[in-house]
Design a protein around this ligand. Sequence first.
Ligand code: SF4
Length: 294
Amino acid sequence: MGGQIPENLQKKLTERLTYYEDLGIRLFYRDRRSSENLPTGLAQQSAAALPSSPTTLREEPTLPKTYRKLELQKAVPVPPARISPLPLPTSPGPSLFDAADKIVDDTLLRIREDLGECTRCKLHRHRQTIVFGDGNPKAELVFVGEGPGADEDAQGLPFVGRAGRLLTQMIEAMGLQRKDVYICNVVKCRPPENRTPEEDEITTCSPFLLRQLEVISPKVIVCLGAVAAKTLLQTNRGISQFRGQWLDYRQSKLMATYHPAYLLRNPNAKGEVWKDLQKVMTLLGLPGRKGKPS
Ligand code: SF4
C-alpha cells in the first residue's frame, strides 16, 4: 500500500494527463523514487488538494513537493515570449506558452482533431458550432479576436457578422483578401449573450490558439480587442496602454488594436485602427488600397 498512489488521486492524475494529451503533449515522466516514498497519509492529503477538473495550465500546483516531479518533458526548446519595448505586468503562475513549446510536427488538422467535439469548458453548452479558424494556413498575417458571435456560431466561421464585414473591409483596404490571412479567436465557442469570455474559459481554450499560432508562425499577429491582446501578452494592463505599438510575441510581431465590434459602436475610433493597420502594411510591404475603410 505504502508505494501505491491512491485510486482517487490516480484517477485525477489520469484525467489531467489525458487533458495534456488532448493538447498534443504526449511525453511525460514520473519520479518513481519520490512517489514511492510518499507516506499514505500525505498521499491522501495530496488527493484532496488536487483540483477537481483539469481545466487550467496556468494555476499554481497545489500538490506537495514530492508530487511536483510529474512534469512535462521538454521536447523542443523554444525561447520564451518577449514583450517590448517595456515588459508588461504578467499574470502569476506557469506560462500557457509551455504547452505550445512541447509539440513536434504539429498541424492545424491535428489541433482540430485534438479539439474534437470539445466539452472542456462550460461554453460548449450553448454553442451550435465550434469556430476553429479560417484562412491561409501559411498566412503572414493573423487576426485574433475574442470569440464567436451568433452569425459565427451558426456558420462555423470567424468574423462573418456585422463586425466581420467591417474586418473584411479593413483587410481589403490593406490590399489583401480574407483568403490571404488567417482569422481565429481566443475561445472557439460562442459565449452566451456575446458576453466576454471568462478567465477559466480563456485558460482552457487558449492553448489551442497558441498551437495554431505556433503552426502558422505568421510575421504579424493583429489582436482585435483586449481579450486577445491580454491573452497573448499574458498581461492585465489595459489595451489603451499598448494599442498601436509593436510588441514581440515569440517569433512574430504583435499589434493590438480595437475590435471591429467596438468600432461599430464608436466609429470615431476607426481612424486610430486604420493607423495601426498602416503600420502593419508598412512592415509587411503591402501597398494597400487608396483610402481607409468606410
Ligand atoms: S470554448 Fe474552447 S475549451 Fe470551451 S468548449 Fe469550446 S472549444 Fe472547448
